[in-house]
Design a protein around this ligand. Structure first.
Ligand SMILES: Nc1ncnc2c1ncn2[C@@H]1O[C@H](COP(=O)(O)OP(=O)(O)OP(=O)(O)O)[C@@H](O)[C@H]1O
Ligand SMILES: [Mg+2]
Length: 255
């Protein structure tokens, strides 16, 4: 087993992503071009490095999706594929739960890491446009499945969510999903009061002149740190061959 499997993934300063904590689900909001996909590239590389599994929803057919596909990661791009991916994930989560947790004594701290199980991370880049791309029926189904994952996946580690969007209103996603995303990241220069409020729960004006957002920078909130400035780790793809890097990371874990 990879000895660092459950080691939190560093993001910036005290901000890190602990897959085993109550803050395992991430909501990442940033206007177009502010660095969502690049941040996801970093997070997914770290997840693979630790020996976990990734599923990607990429409705925009980006280079990230193409790279993932080419190394054998499952990628869903349209509502039908998304629903199948989510249904399979919910099944897998129930299965893990039944197999490993139902008969064990359940204490509040029990989770997949105690059983040395790998996690499966669902990365959904542009979740709102993905939901909008479906019929009202499909949208309902996708939201219902997301809710199930958000509520119950922490214990089994199957279906940990990383959701991104360019925008979000308080009515866009049910509270039962957003409230489970206890790691919130907001990046970008021109962030409205409302976007700030919906994403981070506070008011931007409380930061007065102290708001320093931009490409790859903004504010994070986690249960450990509270509201804090953060910068997303940068990967220079003119120097890093991302596909090669991912292949190496996956290969290392399969040795
Ligand atoms: N942390 C960073 N530091 C410096 N440059 C960055 C950083 N993150 C992203 N960039 C650069 O900004 C550009 C846009 O990044 P990215 O595609 O990740 O944004 P996005 O939010 O996903 O945009 P879109 O909404 O269009 O999908 C890229 O050229 C990328 O190299
Ligand atoms: Mg993007």
């Amino acid at each position: 087993m990879n000895k660092d499997m459950y080691k939190p993934i560093p993001i910036y300063d005290n901000v890190s992503w602990d897959l085993t904590s109550e803050a395992c689900h991430i909501l990442l909001i940033a206007p177009s071009g502010a660095g969502k996909t690049l941040c996801l590239s970093y997070l997914s590389a770290m997840v693979l490095k630790r020996g976990h599994k990734i599923l990607l929803i990429d409705g925009k057919n980006t280079a990230l999706g193409a790279t993932f596909k080419s190394i054998g990661v499952q990628v869903a791009t349209n509502p039908n594929e998304i629903i199948i991916m989510l249904e399979n994930l919910v099944d897998e989560m129930e299965h893990t739960y039944q197999n490993y947790f139902r008969h064990n004594e359940i204490d509040l701290d029990t989770n997949f890491s105690k059983l040395n199980l790998p996690a499966t991370i669902l990365i959904w880049d542009e979740v709102l446009s993905g939901l909008d791309s479906g019929t009202p029926e499909q949208r309902k189904k996708m939201i219902k499945l997301l809710k199930q994952l958000a509520l119950k996946s922490r214990m089994s580690g199957t279906g940990i969510l990383v959701l991104t969007s360019q925008r979000i209103l308080s009515t866009d996603l049910p509270k039962s999903i957003t409230e489970q995303c206890q790691t919130r990241l907001l990046m970008g220069a021109n962030i409205s009061e409302e976007l700030f409020h919906v994403t981070l729960g506070g008011y931007k004006k409380d930061l007065a002149a102290g708001y320093h957002g931009g490409v790859g920078k903004g504010y994070a909130i986690t249960p450990k740190t509270g509201l804090t400035y953060f910068e997303a780790p940068y990967m220079d793809f003119s120097k890093i061959n991302f596909k090669e890097l991912l292949e190496k990371l996956v290969h290392k874990n399969n040795e």
